[in-house]
Design a protein around this ligand. Structure first.
Ligand SMILES: [Zn+2]
Length: 399
């Protein structure tokens, strides 16, 4: 028996005026996903527990069968794990952004010009983080470079609950009231300026008219997430396919194989076909379970791109779900496949919401005919099946 989860990030939506009050899921042509809904079991699931923010990390933990209330420790530790840091139990991971601050003498007077330092390249950033680490690391502190402006500080035996501010929340504002109260974290941010300001990489960036990465900004601290081993929990050997650090981090913490797909970008130009092929070969090569995550519909939701959101749903259907189901049939394997988003990312709001989302499960051994006519928010909300605690859906799916 093989199990496939197809998670279209942010795929669910609200009715859109430009689509005659229909949602992208209602408009998209997606014969295979509709087949799953018509011939399977459908219901609604709440993936974001009350009181938690509807982040992809929280919602995907639920979808993967983990209760975020007990295992979620923040975003930064998941990113730390995904860039290969082996976190110890008393380590605290911080997101370390490379940012552009304005030039005032006193850090308190500076403005957050750019939380991404002009989306600095990974190669340039690696050199800058290396310089920061050489100057500021101690027995307790270590900096690790990640991707673009997103890096990591590990503080061995460090503190949490420091009330730090995400830099993207204070774009174009004075940082005065958002600086850390913790003296160590404050001093790291303050000292980083002297290391970075006149670094040759930044001098070149300024020459080219690009924002220099002239400071670090620390936030999002957390300890190692308490995510149990997926195989121990379910008896299934599993793999994760995603372009996104957070989802890869969850997979690594869960002890799953994390499969890299060439050309997986996290956007509508991602390699849909490659993800489907990778899923099939993972299942052929000893995995019982594969979790395919596609970021594209969420990105389109954040940008308010209606047509691209529809297109990304159609490509999930034709380039991933259809060939994966055909491939499993050709393998002569019994299988179950579940299609769902993690949370809605409504075009009208351009951000995530916590509303329950629709799921559909098809079992190749047990071809049912349901009253559901298509895979959509409205159709599936007619179902009586509802999971208030989203993490329980996984054990229902596996049976
Ligand atoms: Zn998401």
């Amino acid at each position: 028996m093989k199990y496939v989860v197809m998670l279209g990030d942010g795929m669910a939506d609200y009715p859109i005026k430009e689509l005659n009050d229909r949602t992208p899921l209602e408009v998209a042509k997606k014969d295979t996903i509709d087949f799953i809904a018509k011939n399977g079991v459908c219901g609604m699931v709440k993936t974001v527990p009350n009181g938690m923010k509807p982040g992809s990390d929280v919602a995907n933990l639920s979808a993967m069968g983990y209760n975020p209330v007990s295992c979620y420790t923040g975003r930064s530790p998941l990113e730390a794990v995904s860039i290969g840091i082996d976190m110890k139990d008393d380590d605290v991971a911080f997101r370390c952004n490379l940012v552009t601050l304005s030039d005032e003498e006193d850090i308190r007077d500076r403005t957050m010009v750019d939380y991404s330092a002009g989306e600095i390249s990974t190669e340039e950033a690696a050199e800058l983080i290396k310089a920061v680490n050489e100057a500021l690391s101690t027995d307790e502190l270590e900096f690790f470079s990640g991707i673009s402006y997103r890096h990591c500080l590990i503080w061995h035996g460090g503190k949490t609950d420091l009330n730090l501010t995400p830099p993207h929340d204070i774009s174009d504002r004075k940082v005065t009231n958002y600086l850390p109260e913790n003296k160590l974290i404050f001093s790291l941010m303050e000292k980083s300026r002297d290391i970075l300001k006149d670094h040759p990489i930044n001098k070149k960036r300024i020459e080219k008219g690009l924002n220099p990465a002239n400071s670090i900004w620390l936030w999002g601290e957390g300890t190692k997430p308490a995510i149990g081993n997926f195989e121990k929990m379910t008896g299934l050997k599993g793999a994760v396919i995603s372009a996104v650090d957070l989802i890869k981090g969850i997979g690594i913490c869960a002890g799953m194989e994390v499969i890299e797909v060439l050309g997986a970008t996290g956007n509508v130009d991602t390699n849909f076909k490659g993800k489907g092929e990778a899923a099939l070969s993972a299942l052929k090569n000893g995995n019982d379970f594969v979790y395919i995550h596609v970021e594209a519909p969420d990105e389109c939701g954040h940008r308010g791109e209606i047509e691209n959101k529809i297109k990304s749903i159609e490509l999930i259907d034709s380039e991933i779900v259809k060939p994966v189901m055909e491939g499993l049939k050709n393998m002569g394997e019994d299988f179950k496949i579940m299609v769902l988003p993690d949370h809605p990312t409504p075009i009208s709001l351009k951000t995530h919401v916590s509303d329950p989302i629709p799921f559909a499960i098809y079992d190749s051994r047990n071809n049912k005919s349901s009253d559901i006519k298509a895979y959509s928010e409205k159709e599936i909300s007619k179902s009586d099946l509802m999971f208030d605690e989203g993490y329980k859906l996984m054990s229902y799916f596996i049976g």
